[in-house]
Write a protein that binds this ligand. Structure first.
Ligand code: ZN
Length: 219
């Protein structure tokens, strides 16, 4: 089977949200978009005729494109899961907690950044997953226009679907520039926690939140 066919086959198995066809923007489409950006920046008061700002519409568009690369999917997430076995059937469900994993997003309400850290806890089923893969999963969903609530749900569901985790906990803490830069310039952070499967157990939830708190003290 060639690589393309293998990817198509894997694509059928993986959650649709992990694989989106890479975006394709033609060169003349880029120039058209740049002229719209130039129009908006000029209307807002920017002088685009200086050496520092001449290229700003192009750079701004490129920066937005890079910040939303999660829409291109991540083929490596489909192919590189370890098939390492975990404990025997009668073992206690023990959780693995990883973090802090830093992330940056663009909020879908204002297209302004929100950024912070994620902690992920999971109880392995058949497979375990390394910190680098967890980071990839977080970044895949973070680099899109999103909201903090959906980001957490998507990370939790991806872990359940991709590695068959028996339980997942996702704790996100983020600062939102749409509240910091405008109006009352609120300096607070927003914390959200999401639970799946065996984390219905209150002791496991407490243990996870305690691990997140200790990690916060260390960093
Ligand atoms: Zn916002």
């Amino acid at each position: 089977m060639n690589q393309q066919a293998a990817l198509v086959e894997l694509k059928g198995l993986a959650p649709a949200s992990l694989w989106v066809s890479p975006r394709d923007i033609a060169p003349d489409e880029w120039s058209r978009l740049e002229s719209h950006v130039a129009e908006i920046l000029t209307a807002l008061g920017m002088d685009l005729e200086t050496p520092g700002t001449h290229d700003t519409p192009r750079r701004f568009l490129k920066a937005l494109y890079d910040a939303t690369s999660g829409y291109d999917g991540d083929p490596k997430l489909l192919t590189a899961f370890p098939a390492e076995g975990t404990a025997s059937d009668d073992a206690w469900p023990a959780q693995i907690v990883e973090g802090p994993i830093s992330f940056s997003c663009l909020c879908e309400h204002h297209a302004l950044p929100f950024f912070g850290t994620a902690h992920i806890g999971y109880i392995a089923g058949e497979q375990i997953i390394g910190i680098s893969k967890l980071t990839r999963i977080v970044r895949l969903f973070a680099r899109r226009f999103t909201v903090q609530e959906r980001l957490g749900e998507e990370i939790a569901d991806a872990l359940v679907e991709l590695v068959g985790a028996r339980g997942v906990a996702v704790h996100l803490e983020a600062s939102h520039l749409c509240t910091r830069m405008r109006g009352v310039e609120e300096q607070s952070t927003t914390t959200t926690t999401f639970w799946r499967g065996e984390f219905r157990d209150a002791d496991l939830r407490r243990e996870f939140l305690e691990a997140v708190r200790r990690s916060g003290e260390r960093s």
